[in-house]
Design a protein around this ligand. Structure first.
Ligand code: GUN
Ligand code: FE
Length: 455
């Protein structure tokens, strides 16, 4: 008989596709020593009772309590780790001013490893406590403190994908916060990739280096070309920002005479392991290019309210087959919670569909068929994020990592409004997605290891 590392019994919600959420009632989840779900067993399967009994006897069995549910851990596709220190502030100025007046001065402080350790420790712990088991991070331009972020993820058990940020253009970046020159930006990136790959050899849940041009406005053509080549040489993930705002989108058109998406493609930066944040101003051709190359959109609905001048036509791009997941964009978005971002994704999509200017007639106010449901937002936060990163995460299914959150809806002091015994599971799922707070997240697991528990 196969030996599992641990067996969990409970009711889980997991996304098959954007519109299909499976409820696995009272299943067994058999997790192997590598932290992968080796087998899921339905209550009517012949071996269900024997397995349950065997692992209970051996003390390697966990039965969820009444009121507890399993969800996959969330995948945050866009976090600026240093900006955690300014979350919730400076949200009243446009992107360019925000970068130069607030963000670059803050990020420059991460040359100080003690300061970096304090912020990064707190951020990774906070994200885990909010159910985020995988995060795709921008660090700063500093090689050492970027590596420190990867080490903190490794130590705390989060699956971290981390980029040393490249900003080498002296005409666009302040002297106090930019790479010394193009060749050192590329050399530091290469050394960072090698160091993270070395670190990863001893990290169960994985830690990954990410090629990270901040965005085209920060980088010279030479750096962008060099980064594309490094990503190909080491087969890394790639992240950047694309067509976020009118200013940024216009800047790229002016400088390069082509749209942001095509420019990134021509620098060798689009591909199956690429995630581009925001992408609000993509057109049909850009979206087709994303779909053809397997490039994913990191949709950051809270941040978009402040900085992107528009609402992403999410339903349209999902329909077209573009990979999309959710990002908090700390600190363009103030919240470290993908629950909050999933809620905002739904709200913004409704506002896009209905329109917002009451002076316009109803039939001219919005963009028809733009709404998404909370089910689709859940898909984005879980399976969609896993597909964006081309990793076996984001689903509670065989072959996927045991990355899970145990959510308690009956917790005293943080009870969700579920009354009576016959509330349909679909309603419980919706209530979790709309109403759960960090207190309700009792345990978080990554790759078969418990990484967070509330007393
Ligand atoms: N574009 C370039 N840098 C940033 C950043 O830090 N946040 C956001 N939202 N957009 C950016
Ligand atoms: Fe960002």
């Amino acid at each position: 008989m196969t030996t599992y590392f641990r067996v969990f019994q409970g009711t889980a919600f997991t996304a098959r596709s954007p519109k299909e959420i499976d409820m696995l009632k009272d299943y067994l989840f058999c997790v192997n020593a590598e932290g992968v779900i080796a087998k899921t067993i339905a209550p009517d399967a012949p071996d269900y009772e024997a397995i349950r009994q065997q692992y209970a006897d051996e003390g390697r069995y966990q039965l969820l309590e009444q009121g507890q549910y399993l969800l996959p851990g969330f995948v945050d596709l866009h976090v600026h780790a240093p900006q955690w220190a300014q979350s919730g502030t400076a949200l009243d100025v446009p992107l360019y001013d925000w970068l130069h007046a607030h963000t670059f001065p803050l990020e420059s402080k991460f040359a100080d490893l003690d300061f970096a350790a304090e912020v990064y420790d707190d951020l990774v712990a906070t994200l885990l406590a909010n159910g985020t088991t995988t995060a795709l991070y921008f660090a700063t331009i500093h090689k050492q403190s970027s590596l420190l972020l990867a080490e903190i993820c490794a130590k705390k058990g989060q699956r971290g994908l981390v980029g040393k940020v490249v900003m080498d253009d002296p005409a666009q970046n302040p002297e106090y916060y930019r790479d010394a020159d193009t060749s050192s930006a590329l050399a530091d990136t290469e050394a960072f990739i090698v160091a993270v790959k070395e670190l990863a050899k001893n990290v169960k849940q994985g830690v990954y280096p990410v090629v990270t041009p901040r965005f085209i406005p920060s980088c010279t053509d030479e750096a962008l070309t060099g980064l594309g080549a490094l990503a190909a040489k080491y087969d890394t993930h790639i992240q950047s920002h694309c067509s976020e705002s009118d200013w940024e989108h216009g800047y790229v058109l002016d400088r390069l005479g082509k749209r942001d998406a095509l420019a990134l493609h021509d620098f060798g930066l689009l591909g199956d392991k690429s995630v581009m944040a925001h992408c609000n101003l993509l057109d049909e051709d850009d979206a087709a290019l994303f779909a053809a190359t397997g490039t994913a959109i990191g949709h950051c609905p809270i941040s978009n309210v402040y900085f992107s001048n528009s609402v992403l036509p999410l339903a349209r791009w999902l329909e077209k087959g573009v990979e999309i997941g959710l990002g908090s964009d700390i600190s363009g978005g103030y919240s470290p919670s993908l629950y909050d971002n999933a809620r905002q994704a739904v709200i913004s999509s409704r506002m896009l569909e209905e329109g917002v200017d009451p002076a316009l007639p109803a039939d001219a106010r919005g963009v028809p068929s733009s709404r998404i449901a909370i089910d689709e937002a859940f898909y984005l936060a879980t399976a969609g994020g896993g597909e964006a990163l081309s990793l076996p995460i984001g689903r509670l299914a065989e072959g996927y990592a045991w990355d899970a959150q145990i959510v308690d809806i009956a917790l005293s002091g943080a009870k969700l409004p579920v009354f009576g015994a016959d509330v349909p599971p679909q309603e419980i799922f919706q209530k979790i997605m709309y109403l759960a707070r960090p207190e309700n997240i009792r345990e978080v697991w990554v790759q078969g290891e418990r990484v967070h528990q509330r007393a």
